[in-house]
Design a protein around this ligand. Structure first.
Ligand code: PGA
Length: 236
């Protein structure tokens, strides 16, 4: 399974180093694929064989005049080959359009990056029913190469991110079954995954892992989720 931590705009550079070091000792014992997305200023050449470090964002360029952005050249300095694209906070707070996300996707695909591509519906679309949800999410797949070998998809309902709310396990199973028809890429669930629901979520059919925000800030919580995945992998 894939157990991923999106640290967002949290932890300083030194706190991130400590975090990765502590997490690494758990990850070494595990057979899961562990991904960590630190804040941009915390990117570094971490000596961790058991954890893959990815970037939460980057601009589709080698380098150039893009004030405040990070290009391939800066990522290459730290050997970073994994990127999160389409996170709801970038879509909704930073206003990234589907068109721009496709441009980013294509650029980093061409560079051979592992891409965690996020999709998910806001509250009003969920309330409008399953058909509306599927139509909305389908648009987020438009222009994306769903057969890309290095693709991971994360289904993250916008209303569940950082709110403590989650869909029911039946709802997760239902939407994941639908999304698996669109792409055979590993499919993660994200949105208020906590220690107390992670094992149940990881047990759901077609859930290949989790993308965790707030709860991942506690290294012991995130490590516990890795352990759950190990336990479930033995059963599955
Ligand atoms: P959350 O965030 O776990 O805090 O809900 C998940 C995410 O944004 O990836």
């Amino acid at each position: 399974m894939i157990i991923a931590a999106n640290l967002k705009t949290n932890l300083t550079r030194s706190a991130t180093h400590k975090y990765i070091e502590e997490l690494n000792s758990f990850a070494e014992e595990s057979s899961q694929e562990v991904l960590v997305f630190p804040a941009m200023t915390s990117l570094d050449s971490f000596e961790t064989k058991s954890i893959t470090i990815g970037t939460q964002n980057a601009y589709p360029t080698q380098n150039g005049a893009f004030t405040g952005e990070t290009g391939l050249e800066q990522l290459e300095e730290f050997g970073i080959k994994t990127i999160l694209i389409g996170h709801s906070e970038r879509r909704h707070i930073l206003g990234e359009s589907q068109e721009f996300l496709v441009e980013k996707f294509n650029y980093f695909k061409e560079k051979g990056f592992k891409i965690v591509f996020c999709v998910g519906e806001p509250q009003e679309i969920r309330e409008a029913g399953k058909e509306a949800m599927l139509t909305y999410i389908s648009k987020q797949y438009e222009g994306i190469d769903t057969e890309y070998a290095n693709l991971i998809i994360a289904y993250e309902p916008v209303w569940a991110i950082g709110t403590g709310l989650t869909p029911t396990l039946e709802d997760i199973a239902d939407i994941h079954a639908e999304l698996k028809k669109k792409s055979s890429a590993p499919l993660l669930y994200g949105g208020s995954v906590k220690v107390n629901n992670a094992k149940d979520v990881l047990s759901v059919n077609n859930v290949d892992g989790v993308l965790v925000g707030s709860a991942a800030l506690y290294v012991e919580h995130f490590s516990q989720m890795i352990q759950y995945a190990d336990e479930l992998s033995q059963i599955k």
